[in-house]
Ligand binder design. Structure first.
Ligand code: NAD
Length: 312
């Protein structure tokens, strides 16, 4: 097998959880870490070295520099500063946009030709900034978007219907944040619409808003219990990397650049798309009902205004 190289920029909780999940799934053969906290990088490199012998597949792990991005297949960006007490959301966005801008310039300089997955928040906004700064192909710059939210939604439905989440096609689209939209109108379970389960009295329409709320509050609730979320998103990131490198053409929900789809343009936002070795290879336009469409449009508006507010 051709060697596969992933560089992780940012090796805090989300970066290392993503890397750990990649290692356990045998996604790549070479992993590099870049972080301004050099001591933490060295500690993590040594820790992951200890996992080579008992792992199923061999890999190398190293402290990387931006030069190492040149021949990488994928770059995963989780670098960022979290919102400080008293700091406004706009100040946090501005600070993280500046970080992403610098990272984008360094990655571009390296001659990198692969696919970038951005995870740092606010993820759809930072992905837009990164693509503008680098000028990379839009299908090769991907926001993790509502991938995690979709995992949360299918889990909530799976508990309710007693069906494995993998057999549930249900998507959260829009902003990875408060304005996200759960698309119940197009949800299928084993090929059957939710109406089939409503008729069987296994679920009722009135429960959908509760399920959406549980999905939306999950990150907050995890944060209240242990500070922040990282294993869930880490597994989502490894899954995205695996689907890209294996050229699966699976449908995943990701923050994709829209150029006319869903009646909008020039925005990165969560939608279902076909994923392969070229990144996002196709976008699926779901037939939304009126409420879902209004929610999605609100999400688009929110993202566009946020991008404008930081002068992009
Ligand atoms: P963390 O504080 O543990 O890690 C962030 C890391 O970024 C630190 O190690 C820090 O040293 C590093 N860093 C900061 N500036 C850097 C720079 N210029 N270059 C390289 N490294 C730099 O935070 P975390 O918990 O790992 O979260 C990381 C990001 O992921 C946050 O923005 C968080 O909101 C986001 N996140 C996204 C999702 C999602 O679904 N998209 C889910 C969870 C967390």
């Amino acid at each position: 097998m051709k060697s596969r190289k992933i560089i992780f920029i940012g090796s805090g909780l989300v970066g290392t959880s993503s890397l750990y999940s990649c290692i356990n799934r045998g996604v790549a053969s070479s992993y590099g870490i870049i972080d301004i906290n050099e001591k933490a990088v060295m500690g993590n490199v040594m820790d992951f070295e200890d996992a080579i012998q008992p792992s199923k597949l061999p890999y190398e792990i190293f402290k990387a520099t931006y030069k190492d991005c040149k021949d990488a297949d994928i770059i995963v960006i989780t670098a960022g500063a979290s919102q400080k007490a008293g700091q406004t959301r706009l100040a946090m966005i501005t600070q993280n946009a500046a970080i992403i801008e610098n990272i984008g310039k360094e990655v571009k300089k390296s001659g990198f030709k692969g696919i970038t997955i951005i995870v740092s928040n606010p993820v759809d906004i930072l992905t837009y900034v990164y693509q503008k700064v680098t000028g990379f192909d839009k299908n090769k710059v991907i926001s993790s978007g509502t991938n995690l939210d979709t995992s949360r939604l299918t889990f909530e439905l799976s508990k309710k219907l007693n069906v494995a989440p993998q057999s549930i096609q249900s998507y959260v689209i829009g902003e990875h944040g408060d304005s996200s939209v759960s698309v119940f109108s197009q949800t299928t379970v084993g090929g059957a619409p939710l109406k089939y389960f409503e008729d069987k009295k296994l679920i009722s329409k009135s429960e959908y808003s509760k399920i959406h709320e549980a999905m939306k509050m999950k990150g907050y609730n995890i944060g209240m219990n242990k500070g922040s979320t990282f294993y869930g998103i880490g597994t989502c990131v490894a899954n995205i990397c695996e689907n890209i490198l294996n050229d699966t053409k699976n449908v995943l929900v990701l923050g994709s650049y829209l150029d006319g789809q869903y009646g909008t343009k020039d925005v990165y936002i969560g939608v279902p798309c076909i994923v392969g070795i070229n990144g996002i290879e196709g976008i699926i336009e779901l037939k939304l009902d009126a409420k879902e469409k209004a929610g999605f449009d609100k999400s688009v508006k929110f993202l566009k205004e946020a991008i404008k507010s930081i002068n992009y």
